[in-house]
Design a protein around this ligand. Sequence first.
Ligand code: GDP
Length: 205
Amino acid sequence: MVHPLFRHAEFYTTVNHLQDLPQTTSVEIAFVGRSNAGKSSAINTLVGRGRFAFTSKTPGRTQHINFFRLTDEYFMVDLPGYGYAQVPQAIRQHWSHLLSTYLQTRQMLYGMILIMDIRHPLTKLDLQTLEWFAQTGKSVHILLTKADKLSRSKAIAVLKEVKQFLAVNYPRCTVQIFSSSTAEGVEEASELLQSWFDKGRTEPR
Ligand code: GDP
């Protein structure tokens, strides 16, 4: 069952330059992750539509920031997946600048959903992302995706390890198991997004 939050979800705009960021007063939640971690699939699963956020393997298509409108007040923001080894250095620099500037300066951004493949959690790039986003003081929630690829006991063991790491290093950051194949964790993630949007709308910033 798709959460009511996503019932009227629609594509809003694509941005490739900081000066083109939409001038909205809506609350935004960003989705970030290493390419291939399962970010597009997670968004599609939450929204309940197979090709809502494109799952494209072409680097040229993924270096943009995609805005999705849920309501006039709530937007989901799909950020370029980091970690394409084969793209030219200049392009990589362009999008890491776009990504980091957006994440560190966007006033209406409430928090970040960080997508990690449960089989490869906390990569060097994930840790870098956590480190500079933590400085903003905004919320972070991790989805350990592709949980269906591990046995139940192994998935729970990874969850526990990541929780222990966070407790020591980023005590306000939360984490859950997710699978786009089995829809495990969809309800938990949807509830979290709803609560963040509600807080983003009512809390002073
Ligand atoms: P993105 O680059 O982070 O947007 O990753 P995608 O969503 O395109 O997913 C990368 C690959 O992993 C695709 O082949 C997906 O079908 C697969 N995938 C994504 N999520 C899951 C999941 O929860 N379970 C399984 N088994 N495969 C997944």
